[in-house]
Structures are given as C-alpha cells and as structure tokens.
Design a protein around this ligand. Sequence first.
Ligand code: ADP
Ligand code: MG
Length: 237
Amino acid sequence: MSIEIEGVNKFFGDFAALTDINLTIPTGQLTALLGPSGGGKSTLLRVIAGLEEADSGRVTIEGNDATALPVQKRNVGFVFQHYAAFKHLSVRRNIAFGLEIRKRPKAEIAAKVEELLELVHLTQWGDRKPAQLSGGQRQRMALARALAIEPTVLLLDEPFGALDAKVRKELRDWLRRLHDEVHVTTVFVTHDQEEALEVADQIVVINDGKIEQIGSPDDLYDRPASEFVLSFLGPVT
Ligand code: ADP
Ligand code: MG
C-alpha cells in the first residue's frame, strides 16, 4: 500500500505547473520532494492533500481514490514553513485542538497530548504560549499538532525553512529519529539538497513541473539521471 500518483497534470491558466507526474510514495517511508523554487513541489503537495485539484490524473491513498475524498476525510497532517499557531492558547491546547474539534473524549485527549509533548520533547513547555517558544520548539509543536489526529499521511512544506542553519540541522536529525519511531507516511518538501539527502528514504527531484529523478539518496549521488540533477546536487558541503 502507498500513495499512488498517476498521470497528474496541473495548469494555472496556460502555465503548466505539473506535467505528467507519476510517483509512488511508499507507506511508512519518508519521501522528499526536492527542487528549485518554482519547480512545482508545493503544488504537488497540495494536490496530494486535496487542497488543489489536478486537471487530470489520479491520486490514491492506500487504495482509495483520494481525488474523490473531501479534504477533511483524507486524514492528512500538515506542517508549513510559517506555522500558524493559536496565539492565545497554550502549547497543550494547540496540540489538542484537532482532537477537540473531533469531539474526542476529554481523558483520551489529555493522555494523547501528554504522549505527544513527550514525543516532541516539549513536556516542560506545555503551559506556555507559542510566543514563548523558540522557532525550533514551535515547529516541534506544529509536528505534534499534525500528529495528534493520527494522520495516514504527514505533509511538510519547507517546515524548517524559516529557521537558522544550526536549528535546521538539529530539527532534521530529530525529524529523522521521530519518523523512525512513528513510521507515518511522510512527504517532505525542501529546496535544500543536504536536508533531503540526510532525511529522506526516497527523493523525488522536481524541476519545471516535471520529475527529473526518483531514487534513494545513494541513487542520486551515484547515478544522477540528468545534467540537471547533477548540477542541482552540486558540490554538497
Ligand atoms: P515550489 O513549491 O517548487 O517553489 P510551487 O508549486 O509553489 O513551486 O509553484 C510552481 C509554479 O506554479 C510557480 O511558477 C508558481 O508561480 C506557480 N503557481 C503556484 N500556485 C499558483 C497559483 N495559485 N496561481 C498561479 N500560479 C501558481
Ligand atoms: Mg513551495
């Protein structure tokens, strides 16, 4: 089982943002969508999420035609670069939010929130407001909030893009370890080669709305499929 993307095309007016995208995202793995700005990564992520409708093609999640499912029914967790937290709510309540609107029993919510705080190493910060957290801590809170609903798929769009290099490195290592614990099928968008190479099981290189290569980090290093991939991976420092 997996996410299957078959023959997806997406236009904005006359502009082809995605051209004939065919891709399998294996269940339980961490896939990175990697490529330069404007390449179509976010659009593809939004199509997977159901936030954007493809003009043609199909997306199936675990065998179900996702194209036919409304966003609320897709059970996807999201984290974006500029994470919008509820400023007036504590970290705990922010994490609980998705469960509260789903009317889960109070005791179940409380237990789940404590478990998530521990998972993202924020137990001591649960009663703070998001503004009292560092940028890195806020993104960990965002992850906990996305995981609270026990999503089938976790989608991350440049989640660490706004943070400084040192924190990014810490968070990417942490995300990898977290993923090894929870094994949720994850799609991670980044324009940072190093980030993709260090975090992902599978990398999809996207440029100009087209897939340039799909492979493991080793595949990309050892057998870059095109001049573009070679130059984009460049000298990795
Ligand atoms: P990436 O995430 O790889 O930087 P995007 O998927 O955001 O790229 O955008 C791909 C291309 O599609 C860009 O040229 C962008 O300007 C264009 N685009 C994205 N969203 C829209 C939209 N809603 N309307 C018009 N053009 C868009
Ligand atoms: Mg983007």
